[in-house]
Design a protein around this ligand. Structure first.
Ligand SMILES: Cc1cc2nc3c(=O)[nH]c(=O)nc-3n(C[C@H](O)[C@H](O)[C@H](O)COP(=O)(O)O)c2cc1C
Ligand SMILES: Nc1ncnc2c1ncn2[C@@H]1O[C@H](COP(=O)(O)OP(=O)(O)O)[C@@H](O)[C@H]1O
Length: 328
């Protein structure tokens, strides 16, 4: 997959020299959940059928962050890097990342079709049923279809992708995370929910109580799951480790935390992890965080959590484990 960053106005068609004709899936695609994957697969299939190259077009940074709709930053399920990795997995030839700034935000639906899509060589577009585009979301999928016709472009609108009758959406994934329902999140995403960070220093108490924990400084404003203890997998330097994770405020300690911290104890591991990049895959919620009357009680409970996490991780089917290790 080739990554092509573009801005508006297009200075030149980045593919001019190749004169590519494209089938492109367009969307924000936060989470790249199964509904998004379906849209992208349709664009890839259409490309094969019509002898085109396949592409995904997405927008960065998040429109809400740029337009400042009351939020300082917008939490995401998949930062740009993870989205791109998912697009590549789906076999697309090109990823267009359109710089979302005020000049792009202000363009009309007509200009988007005539001055962005057409010059890029787009012959076919695939969008979700609720796609909006152009200044203030003035354009919808049917407008894309009629404007597209004027420049010889076909449009395919993909109906909602359902799981047991319910529409798969980024909101549904966020709700699953809020409930700590990691199995549901995994079903919606088609893979476990994952965050990436760097191992930072904490209060250095973990090693004293027999459970050193890698404190994870998230690299992006991720949406994090419900507070509590999880069975997880940690990926560090291409290696997969079983882990038990706490996402919380450590209320047992007077000087706990002011904001929730993610920390992972890697089961059966010892060594220095500071400053390393770590990816966490949330597998299952074990329990909420408690304020224990003593550190001894906390330590006994963490021991039981570790055993429970190890038991659940060992139970993951061998097929699933091999998928997970293939995608390290
Ligand atoms: C599996 C696990 C479960 C935990 N559960 C709790 C809990 O219920 N309550 C709590 O106050 N702290 C809990 N903690 C956090 C510990 O208090 C924390 O790991 C310890 O203070 C060491 O971190 P520090 O060195 O960064 O302070 C848990 C930690 C782990 C690894
Ligand atoms: N099994 C393990 N799981 C997590 N971290 C470990 C483990 N063994 C050693 N470590 C190291 O110990 C550090 C955590 O120790 P801890 O006393 O909890 O300190 P801190 O409060 O700085 O996180 C980790 O960042 C890592 O470098």
């Amino acid at each position: 997959m080739e990554l092509i960053s573009i801005g508006f106005p297009l200075s030149d068609s980045p593919l001019a020299s190749k004169s590519e004709q494209l089938s492109v899936a367009i969307g924000h695609f936060d989470g790249v959940h199964k509904g998004h994957q379906n849209v992208i697969k349709r664009a890839v299939d259409a490309a094969r059928q019509q002898g085109l190259k396949s592409a995904v077009m997405t927008f960065h940074p998040h429109p809400k962050a740029v337009l400042g709709q009351g939020e300082q930053y917008v939490s995401c399920l998949t930062p740009l890097e993870s989205k791109l990795a998912q697009f590549a997995e789906l076999g697309v030839d090109y990823a267009f990342v359109m710089k979302f700034d005020h000049s792009f935000a202000g363009i009309s639906p007509e200009r988007f079709v005539f001055e962005v899509l057409a010059p890029l060589g787009v012959r076919h577009t695939v969008v979700g049923f609720d796609f909006r585009f152009g200044s203030r979301g003035a354009g919808d999928a049917s407008m894309l279809g009629s404007l597209g016709q004027e420049v010889g472009m076909t449009t395919e609108v993909v109906e909602p992708f359902l799981l047991q009758g319910q529409k798969i959406s980024s909101t549904y994934v966020r709700e699953a995370l809020d409930e700590g329902n990691m199995a549901l999140a995994e079903q919606l995403l088609g893979r476990p929910y994952e965050v990436e960070g760097v191992v930072v220093h904490g209060h250095a108490r973990g090693r004293l109580i027999g459970f050193p924990t890698a404190n994870i400084g998230l690299v992006e404003p991720y949406t994090t799951p419900r507070l509590g203890v999880y069975a997880a997998q940690a990926v560090i330097g291409g290696q997969l480790y079983p882990a038990v994770l706490n996402h919380g405020m450590k209320p047992t300690f007077k000087d706990g935390e002011k904001a929730p911290v993610l920390e992972a104890h890697l089961i059966g591991f010892s060594g220095d992890l500071y400053d390393q990049t770590i990816r966490i895959r949330f597998i299952s919620f074990i329990r909420p965080e408690h304020k224990f009357a003593s550190v001894d009680e906390l330590v006994a409970q963490i021991g039981r959590d570790r055993d429970e996490a190890a038991r659940q991780l060992a139970q993951l089917g061998s097929e699933e484990t091999s998928t997970v290790s293939r995608n390290l």
